[in-house]
Design a protein around this ligand. Structure first.
Ligand SMILES: Nc1ncnc2c1ncn2[C@@H]1O[C@H](COP(=O)(O)OP(=O)(O)O)[C@@H](O)[C@H]1O
Ligand SMILES: [Mg+2]
Length: 236
């Protein structure tokens, strides 16, 4: 195990009945990078995030965060250690305001938490909507709000599960700018994204899953021309 890695996944396997959702998957993530995780529908991307964040329990393998085993920990323990994630399906509270949505997940209440929440809303240009009920925000604005909710606990590693899906072009640019900003703040990001242009433009390195197996990894240019990847996407 290398100390310089922020996350190391080793030979991870997860089965659901007869389906092997993740199959002997290994990944090594260096800090302060943006990674893309791609693969056809059902290839195991969300399951991999669920295993890393403790929502699902692995059958085999290890997950290490900053050198320490985290497989076996509870989701809230993993969150407190510094891994944050968004969900493919929005999980905000529609009956709370945008600002309240951030404050309910903050570790403390009071002035500092409020200032941080306002700063995060400004980070994604939602500050003028702070008093609006989250349920009244557009779909794209709700996705941005969900994204800021992950940041309130100040995670070092951020897993984004299709944050751009259904987000219009203007908001998408705000989101992409915010994700690049995270790297500048020293954070590590893994993004699951179907839009190849978006994920290739954002990621320094991509991991490709197919039927739960990692079939390729490398910089976007290499992945685009990888035979197994092309086959997985277009060959069926
Ligand atoms: N809770 C579950 N119970 C049973 N099968 C599941 C469960 N979660 C995922 N799967 C199966 O595992 C495979 C991977 O799913 P998923 O991780 O959601 O893929 P992706 O996010 O890449 O679309 C699929 O075959 C899916 O049907
Ligand atoms: Mg998914």
């Amino acid at each position: 195990m290398r100390d310089s890695l922020i996350l190391e996944v080793k030979d991870l396997t997860k089965r659901f009945g007869g389906v092997t959702a993740i199959s002997r998957c290994s990944l090594a993530l260096e800090p302060r990078r943006i990674y893309g995780l791609i693969g056809p529908n059902g290839s195991g991307k969300t399951t991999l995030f669920n295993l890393i964040t403790g929502l699902e329990h692995r059958d085999e393998g290890e997950v290490r965060f900053k050198g320490e085993r985290i497989d076996g920990l509870k989701p809230h323990q993993i969150a407190l250690r510094g891994i944050g994630r968004t969900f493919q399906i929005i999980r905000i509270f529609p009956e709370l305001t945008a600002l309240e949505n951030l404050l309910v997940v903050a570790r403390s209440t009071g002035g500092a938490a409020r200032r941080r929440a306002l700063e995060l809303l400004a980070f994604v240009k939602l500050d003028r909507l702070k008093g609006e009920y989250a349920g009244n925000l557009s779909y794209g604005q709700q996705k941005l709000l969900e994204f800021t909710r992950v940041l309130i606990l100040d995670p070092e590693l951020i897993l984004l599960d299709e944050p751009a899906a259904g987000v219009n072009r203007t908001l998408l640019n705000d989101l992409l700018e915010a994700i690049r900003g995270l790297k500048e703040q020293g954070k590590t990001v893994v993004i699951v994204e179907h839009d190849m242009k978006v994920v290739m433009g954002l990621s320094e390195k991509l991991f490709v899953l197919d039927y739960g197996e990692k079939i390729a990894e490398g910089p976007p240019e290499a992945i685009q021309n990888d035979e197994r990847v092309v086959e997985a996407y277009f060959g069926r």
